[in-house]
Design a binder for this molecule. Structure first.
Ligand SMILES: Nc1nc2c(ncn2[C@@H]2O[C@H](COP(=O)(O)OP(=O)(O)OP(=O)(O)O)[C@@H](O)[C@H]2O)c(=O)[nH]1
Ligand SMILES: [Mg+2]
Length: 360
């Protein structure tokens, strides 16, 4: 069976930390210690791109950050179970100049690259809106309000200009709000604290953004902290310390399932208003064999996921149980079960609990 494709689009202004995040994401998950602990590992589908990412990381180790990006890149990563030859999950990741959200294109060529790139971002299953941690640290609440307003305006503008040229832009259905450069915050600051501050201080702007994205149920309830490297203001960069980069793929996987459940619930007329996610999930599993018929194409991945991870394990907070299932699957050579349960477990370990929080 080919790997499950997850498309993730990181939305972030210039300097928010997209390119460094990509290098850290790759590097952290290629480490032998990572493989030992998580029981899966990542490989770049294109080896040359993998080397470029490593090169970028080695320069970070010498304290050199990348220049601002100048073009659109698509990078694919495969997730393999420890010691098994086949990949279970393929993550498609896009990197691009954040100034595309601010400036007009410099020429016709860039305009076209921008158009194609933004269409790809919009087609992704999961969107990550990256709030710049350094700016939030220095500017406070005003920055988050500005970010939501600015992003809502840009999405609105994109929709209007695309409509004028005959393109229909879509936006990801599921969203994660992530705070980059989380190393600039105190060590006990978690995604839960970020969620509290955002809901307390920027609820109006959040509501407006949700309506522009047409994502009332899907934006503003998943929060992440991300730190690609520790870069304290007056000390050396420490590229070996990261936060949340190992939680990202699992968060995207789970968000994709949640999106499909909600979509399936919405198509069923008899659904009660109070039906929970897990009731919806249970229901979806009962239909799992016919699910591909009624789910939109981009969610068909979910029927596959649910063949390998049981609802109980999906909902379980028992990391030890998940790890046991994962190890059994490895012994049996069950590629998909091993990686998928490994990812669910990663959301519940210590790093996952600090870096990821869902409030509803
Ligand atoms: N403290 C800290 N600083 C970071 C981190 N990641 C990035 N930075 C800083 O943020 C700057 C911008 O990061 P990039 O990854 O290049 O930003 P970008 O979003 O790719 O920017 P564009 O390519 O212009 O869109 C870096 O040069 C670093 O100074 C991080 O994890 N922690
Ligand atoms: Mg960049």
């Amino acid at each position: 069976m080919p790997p499950l494709d997850l498309h993730v689009a990181v939305f972030g202004a210039s300097g928010a930390g997209k390119t460094v995040l990509l290098a850290a994401f790759y590097r952290a998950q290629t480490q032998p210690a990572f493989q030992e602990e998580y029981a899966y590992k990542i490989q770049a589908v294109n080896k040359a791109q993998g080397n470029q990412l490593l090169g970028r990381f080695y320069r970070l180790e010498e304290g050199k950050f990348p220049e601002g990006s100048t073009r659109f890149d698509e990078i694919e990563f495969d997730f393999f179970p420890r010691d098994l030859p086949e990949a279970a999950v393929r993550v498609h990741w896009y990197d691009y100049p954040g100034r595309w959200w601010e400036d007009d294109p410099v020429d016709a060529e860039e305009r076209e690259a921008m158009r194609q790139g933004l269409l790809k971002l919009g087609m992704s299953q999961v969107g990550i809106l990256l709030a710049d941690g350094a700016k939030y640290r220095s500017e406070g609440t005003g920055y988050i309000r500005w970010l939501f307003e600015h992003f809502a305006d840009e999405c609105d503008r994109l929709r209007r200009t695309s409509a004028a040229t005959g393109d229909e832009v879509s936006f990801p259905r599921e969203w994660i709000l992530a705070l980059s450069k989380a190393d600039l915050f105190p060590p006990d600051y978690g995604a839960r604290d970020f969620e509290r501050e955002v809901c307390r201080d920027a609820d109006d702007q959040l509501a407006k953004l949700c309506s522009v994205l047409r994502a009332e149920h899907a934006f503003g309830h998943r929060f992440m902290l991300l730190s690609s490297v520790a870069a304290p203001a007056d000390a050396q960069v420490d590229p070996r310390t990261s936060l949340g980069v190992r939680t990202l793929a699992p968060a995207v996987l789970v968000s994709t399932v949640e999106g499909a459940v909600r979509e399936a619930q919405a198509t069923r007329k008899e659904k009660s208003a109070k039906e929970t996610f897990f009731q919806g999930l249970r229901d979806l599993v009962q239909f799992v064999d016919s699910v591909d018929d009624f789910l939109p194409k981009r969610y068909q991945i979910v029927s596959k996921i649910l063949r390998f991870v049981s609802i109980k394990d999906f909902a379980s907070t028992r990391v030890d149980r998940l790890k046991k299932i994962r190890e059994d699957a490895l012994r049996r050579g069950d590629t998909f079960k091993a990686v998928l349960t490994g990812m669910v477990a990663a959301l519940r370990d210590e790093e996952g609990l600090r870096a990821y929080h869902q409030n509803q």
